[in-house]
Design a protein around this ligand. Structure first.
Ligand SMILES: [Zn+2]
Ligand SMILES: [Zn+2]
Length: 361
């Protein structure tokens, strides 16, 4: 099967014919239809995150089940599915308490041997997906079945970008109606945090970004106010919009720890900052005054993949979309065949797009 392999950090991907082993009992082979490019893919390709070489990137995938392992009963060949990178065991303390996104038990997924390149070298399927390929081999817990009529090009974005932004607001911050929200970074994840805030009934919803073009479009997704943080102090601007009080929730949707410092400054007393963007692995966190922490009762928390349980959040988002309450169509910026993946990646790296899709089907 064809796949785009990263052999060297910072270099273009190479299209290769890879060999893939057969599914184990609890695994499923999925024929990829679409894989969206995420900013985490760019970090992977630049070597910003942990992990070796070579690998197949791409973790926002939708397609159809091609083959199932003998112990799989919930899926059958032909089923349309979203492929999440969140594998879970269903038995550990996190799974048992409804936090399967934090599952610590890696099940059978030692799939470093799942892929071999033409020279017999092991290829890692990054993030347990490896979606820049014609097929992915995944654990059954990573799949969510889709309604037959739901478009697969929109579905692939539900694997990560959409659920991560939406979930940071809905699942992690648990934003109640009429509360104030700032979202730092109005890109592919940020505009979904903005939509999540709008769906939750928040007001105001303040988008902060460094590009006017993204701020204009953020209003279409539900931002009530915008702040361009180039040449303006975003903390002071957010304070001004909220009558000097600050926001109750600040969502950091960029991969930069410094933005968390700004989020902290934007918070009112008892406010909550949620870090959902992924900074480079070695980047240190910001420093805060312990005195201020105690007296302000502010909270800073992380958020893994939107604290999402794909089996719950994907159907919820599909309903919102079908009711006309959630915009997925505007998130698709471009479509590229697998053979032109390096163009698609360059376009994503330029920073003006939400999601470029690799069209495999
Ligand atoms: Zn992603
Ligand atoms: Zn578990």
């Amino acid at each position: 099967m064809k796949a785009a392999v990263c052999y060297e950090f910072g270099k273009p991907l190479v299209i290769e014919d890879l060999e893939m082993r057969a599914p184990r009992p609890d695994e499923v082979l999925v024929k990829v239809a679409y894989t969206a490019i995420c900013h985490s893919d760019l970090h992977d390709m630049n070597g910003d995150f942990e992990g070796g070489l070579p690998f197949v990137g791409g973790h926002e995938t939708a397609g159809r089940v091609a083959e199932t392992g003998c112990a799989v009963s919930a899926f059958a060949a032909g089923d349309p599915v979203v492929v999440s990178l969140l594998e879970h065991c269903g038995e550990c303390v996190y799974c048992a308490t409804g936090r399967s996104h934090l599952c610590v038990t890696k099940t059978t997924f030692d799939t470093d041997d799942a892929l071999l390149d033409p020279r017999g070298r092991k290829v890692i399927n990054k993030a347990r997906v490896g979606g820049f390929a014609e097929y992915v081999l995944v654990h059954q817990s990573q799949l969510v079945k889709l309604p037959e009529s739901f478009p697969l090009d929109l579905a692939c974005m539900l694997a990560c970008g959409v659920t991560t932004g939406f979930g940071a607001v809905v699942n992690r911050a648990k934003v109640p109606p009429f509360s104030s929200v700032a979202v730092i970074g109005a890109g592919g994840v940020g505009v979904n945090a903005i939509q999540g805030a709008r769906v939750s009934g928040a007001d105001p919803v303040i988008a902060v970004d460094i590009r006017d073009s993204k701020l204009e479009r953020a209003r279409q997704f539900g931002a009530t106010h915008t702040v361009n943080s180039v040449g303006t102090d975003p903390v002071a601007a957010v304070q001004a919009i909220t009558g000097g009080r600050g926001v109750e929730y600040a969502i950091v949707a960029v991969g930069d720890s410094q933005a968390l410092q700004q989020a902290w400054g934007m918070l009112c007393r008892d406010g909550k900052a949620v870090m959902v963007g992924l900074p480079p692995f070695e980047q240190p966190l910001f420093s805060i005054s312990g005195f201020e922490l105690a007296f302000s009762e502010k909270t800073v928390t992380g958020c893994c993949m939107g604290t999402t349980r794909p089996q719950l959040d994907v159907p919820a988002l599909i309903s919102l979309y079908q009711e006309g309450r959630y915009d997925l169509d505007s998130l698709v910026s471009g479509r590229y065949p697998l053979s032109r993946i390096n163009e698609a990646i360059a376009s994503t790296a330029a920073g003006e797009v939400y999601r470029n899709l690799i069209v495999v089907e």
